[in-house]
Design a protein around this ligand. Structure first.
Ligand code: 5GP
Ligand code: ZN
Length: 117
């Protein structure tokens, strides 16, 4: 069920501490940790502790937690001293989503082209 922990979900297992991650921030509702395959000098994932398959489902099902995730992307950028950065929520296979637990990528520390590829 949406919002409930999923045993077979990678990010639910990171939230539960069953799979290790380099956690940089944690709040009551969110965890932020370094991406295992960084695409920029700073590449941090901000996730809700509750399980929703993507950012759209999170925004619909738990809008207050979606706001927490967004707030945490800014807190991460501040901690990493990023003045310019990008927040990305890949949503759907065609957009490159590979992990089906909502997450925002915070990317920075290098020039970022716009529009992206
Ligand atoms: P997506 O492609 O779904 O938008 O992003 C999933 C992200 O999760 C990818 O950037 C990928 O590198 C990252 N990732 C996949 N497995 C792991 C893992 O076990 N640990 C961490 N820290 N990141 C992971
Ligand atoms: Zn999950």
């Amino acid at each position: 069920m949406a919002g409930e922990p999923q045993d077979d979900c990678l990010f639910c297992n990171i939230v539960a501490g069953r799979i290790p991650a380099t956690v940089v921030r944690e709040t009551e509702t969110t965890v932020a940790f370094r991406d295992i395959n960084p695409q920029a000098p700073t590449h941090i994932l901000v996730i809700p502790k509750v399980h929703y398959r993507d950012a759209a489902a999170l925004a619909a099902g738990a809008p207050e937690v979606a706001a927490d995730v967004l707030r945490e992307t800014q807190a991460v950028a501040d901690e990493e001293k990023l003045d310019s950065y990008r927040v990305v929520f890949n949503t759907g296979t065609g957009a490159g989503q590979t992990v089906w637990h909502a997450h925002g990528h915070v990317l920075g520390g290098r020039g970022l082209e716009w529009p992206p590829g």
